[in-house]
Design a protein around this ligand. Structure first.
Ligand code: ATP
Ligand code: MG
Length: 422
């Protein structure tokens, strides 16, 4: 059907480039869902009839890099932005090979059989995520026939047999609940029943994908809402058991309030979206407790504080394994926190690499305590002039940095070794 959607010109150009090379190409998934909901998409995923090698030939090796094993796709840099371009897939066959590896028989281990646009729509997870849009012809295609209506009614509905879809990929349960938490969707009853009876399966999902999901949740500005939905539907004990245990305790409530405030501030554009800051924010009440302070009160730094902070971070996010870089950075944000109460540390504190994140954590705490943030802003400058003019490293765990903005080769050779990870 004909439809107008506000797609940025450079994204239309990218699609045109593929179409002019002879390949059917669309914007798919979350971007179309978000545009139809009147929201700004986080990114634009592209689906095309071109194989990964053909996509690379269209954009050239310097701009197009083939990545992924379980799901091969191409990262295309276009107008300075990174796009994921994937080839139309058909539903993977259940080969029976899983039995040999002692894995659930329907679990998908690889999803690389190419197909048509329509087949590609049917192998997607939910009807609201399966809409295709051609921004050159302004054509919206709803292959499942249910996506537009489900967006209108704000319903999460699995495509096909919901139980089978969750068995194929238990991460889809997390994805369904993220939609519930973030967009206030409801779940269609068949999907909901299947989810309730498959919750435990989340344990067989690939640990690296679950860790990536957690990173995406913390990188979004809706993490508290996602966790709330996980809790409401009983998934949280399997995903973050420690957070689940603390739910409905003063520390758990405080942690969620802090994360909510952090997210509001990100959405209002007051601070950037950092995964390590989100980790530190959520962990703060548990660190206070571990270090012997009351909720909302800072601990006195001592020789054991660093080990206590590390212990809290490791336990809170278990069994998910966050990247060490993120954990180290969160740890440093927390280590600095009590120093804000010590006027003598000010000069050193302002120069520290984690100062901006730690200052933001102080502002979050202050806002949650319903105290005056303006006073803190006056007292503590956003960053020292030296740091402001300084490196890009400070942004290196910038949360919007999920997979899309991560660059290779960043890790070494950039000098300032002594500041690493601070
Ligand atoms: P977000 O706004 O968080 O990016 P999204 O729906 O676009 O949401 P992506 O992870 O970017 O999420 O995935 C893009 C699209 O790929 C989805 O909209 C969906 O159509 C499809 N997809 C992603 N993960 C799965 C999955 N596990 N099973 C089936 N389809 C999936
Ligand atoms: Mg997306």
């Amino acid at each position: 059907m004909k439809h107008e959607l506000p797609v940025p010109a450079h994204v239309v150009d990218l699609i045109s480039e593929l179409q002019e090379a002879g390949y059917e190409s669309y914007i798919v998934g979350g971007a179309i869902r978000d545009l139809l909901l009147g929201r700004q998409p986080k990114d634009f995923d592209i689906s095309t009839s071109a194989t990964p090698e053909e996509v690379r030939a269209v954009f050239g090796r310097r701009s197009a890099r083939i990545i992924g094993k379980r799901f091969r796709l191409v990262h295309v840099t276009w107008c300075g932005e990174l796009f994921e371009v994937s080839t139309f897939r058909q539903a993977p066959a259940h080969s029976g090979a899983n039995a040999k590896k002692d894995l659930p028989e329907n679990l998908i281990l690889s999803d690389n059989s190419f197909g048509t646009a329509e087949e590609d729509a049917w192998r997607r997870d939910f009807t609201v995520n399966a809409l295709f849009f051609d921004p050159v012809k302004n054509e919206l295609i709803d292959f499942t026939g249910q996506g537009v209506e489900d967006i209108r009614n704000r319903v999460v509905r699995a495509i096909g047999n919901p139980g089978l879809r969750f068995e194929e990929d238990p991460v889809r349960m997390l994805r369904a609940l993220k939609l519930i938490g973030q967009y206030d969707f409801t779940m269609d009853s068949a999907t909901e029943n299947a989810l309730f009876s498959h919750l435990e399966l989340i344990r067989v999902a690939s640990p690296s994908r679950l860790a990536l999901e957690l990173e995406k949740i913390l990188a979004s500005s809706y993490g508290d809402k996602h966790f709330q939905a996980f809790h409401d539907y009983g998934l949280l004990p399997y995903f973050l058991p420690e957070l689940n245990r603390a739910w409905d305790t003063p520390h758990g409530d405080y942690a969620l309030n802090l994360l909510n405030e952090r997210n509001c501030r990100v959405r209002e554009g007051l601070y950037r979206n950092s995964v390590s800051l989100a980790m530190a924010t959520l962990a703060l009440p548990f660190v206070e407790k571990e270090c012997g302070a009351q909720p909302g009160n800072l601990w006195k730094p001592g020789p054991d504080s660093t080990a206590a902070i590390r212990g809290v971070l490791d336990t809170l996010f278990k069994p998910q394994t966050m990247m060490n870089r993120m954990t180290l950075s969160a740890e440093r944000v927390l280590i600095l926190q009590p120093l804000f109460g010590d006027a003598q540390s000010k000069e050193k504190l302002v120069e520290a690499k984690s100062y901006p994140h730690s200052r933001e954590l102080l502002l979050i705490r202050t806002a949650v305590a319903e105290e005056d943030t303006a006073e803190i802003e006056r007292q503590w400058p956003p960053a020292s002039a030296r740091r402001r003019s300084g490196s890009k490293r400070e942004r290196s765990d910038n949360g919007g940095d999920g997979p899309k903005r991560r660059r290779r080769g960043r890790r070494s050779g950039r000098g300032h070794e002594k500041n690493r990870g601070e």
